[in-house]
Write a protein that binds this ligand. Structure first.
Ligand code: C2E
Ligand code: MG
Ligand code: MG
Ligand code: MG
Length: 294
């Protein structure tokens, strides 16, 4: 994260050698980011969701999109969520930021009614008592069917939560909201965790997809993950699919959904509109190979 902070674009004063940086300077940069982020959240400026298309592995149909938060600061430039979300969590901004994401996700669900919209939720949000009510009131307010929404959580979310997190998940699932375990395989005791946690889908982390096709072991791990998911009645999504070989192999293994730069990068709302061309039904008939270059 420290290195990422120094990669944040814009401020010329941050051009120190990465490894020689002093703690005080890191803290200063962080305080500045916090200040700017606080203003962005308060004014709702420079924040938006982008949407990465999700496709069915078997026939290439566009099935949904994952909402990914973007922050563009006028001076700093674009700051990645990997940098600003941890800061937002620590300085108490995550609730307002999460609310922004939830609202924009509902608007996206209205805009593309035939698609499933996935959003990421951070551990802090998910652990709050009021979380299920917050989600359900927002869905209600925008007239969204809960089944159109999927919430992505990481395994870390499920640790140390005194059970509140799991209760929240259960409440929302019984109302119809779907859940996915994001970055599957990177967390602590992934496979064991699947026994206790009720989710609808696992998203196989990009690091496994990268090794896939290169090493035998990489292949075996992905195969085992898909097998396990199937045995538990869970859907699978492969994250970070970048090559045609990966796509074909994942399809053969029976992975359900694919997401990655091979198919599409995350798109702005307007770009996504162009992709669906106002007619999702037509896209369902198209093949992945044509969509990949859209
Ligand atoms: P994630 O949820 O695992 O999202 C996938 C990340 O992989 C995204 O990065 C996406 O742009 C990137 N990606 C997708 N396909 C490819 C590919 O083929 N190759 C490569 N190299 N990368 C690919 P992004 O948008 O920078 O988001 C990073 C992380 O920040 C997300 O990981 C998620 O954990 C978090 N995040 C993003 N938006 C939100 C949000 O609204 N709320 C919360 N709580 N976290 C968010
Ligand atoms: Mg995600
Ligand atoms: Mg992920
Ligand atoms: Mg991730």
């Amino acid at each position: 994260a420290d290195i990422a902070l120094y990669n944040a674009k814009g401020a010329g004063r941050n051009c120190y050698a990465i490894f020689g940086a002093h703690m005080e300077e890191l803290l200063q940069t962080r305080r500045e980011i916090e200040y700017d982020l606080r203003r962005a959240v308060a004014e709702g400026e420079g924040l938006e969701l982008h949407f990465q298309p999700v496709y069915a592995a078997d026939n290439g149909a566009l099935c949904g999109a994952e909402a990914l938060l973007r922050w563009h600061d006028p001076i700093r430039g674009s700051v990645g969520p990997d940098v600003f979300i941890p800061i937002a969590e620590e300085c108490g901004l995550m609730n307002s930021l999460g609310e922004f994401v939830l609202r924009e996700t509902c608007l996206a669900a209205q805009r593309w009614p035939a698609l499933k919209i996935a959003m990421n939720a951070s551990p802090k949000e998910l652990r709050g008592d009021g979380y299920p009510l917050k989600v359900m009131s927002m869905l209600n307010h925008y007239g969204i069917n809960p089944e159109q929404i999927e919430i992505e959580i990481t395994e870390g979310t499920l640790l140390d939560s005194g059970g509140q997190c799991q209760r929240n998940i259960e409440t929302l699932r019984s109302a119809g909201v779907h859940f996915a375990l994001d970055d599957f395989g990177t967390g602590f005791s992934s496979f064991g965790r699947l026994q206790n946690v009720k989710v609808d889908r696992i998203k196989i982390d990009k690091s496994f997809i990268d090794r896939f096709g290169k090493e035998e072991e990489g292949q075996a791990i992905v195969e085992a993950m898909i097998g396990l998911a199937r045995a538990k009645g869970l859907k699978t999504t492969a994250e970070g699919v970048e090559t045609e070989d990966q796509r074909v192999a994942l399809k053969e293994l029976g992975c359900d959904h694919l997401q990655g730069y091979l198919l599409s990068r995350p798109l702005s709302k307007e770009q996504f509109d162009e992709l669906v061309g106002g007619n999702v039904v037509n896209l369902r008939l198209s093949k992945i190979s044509t969509l990949a270059h859209a």
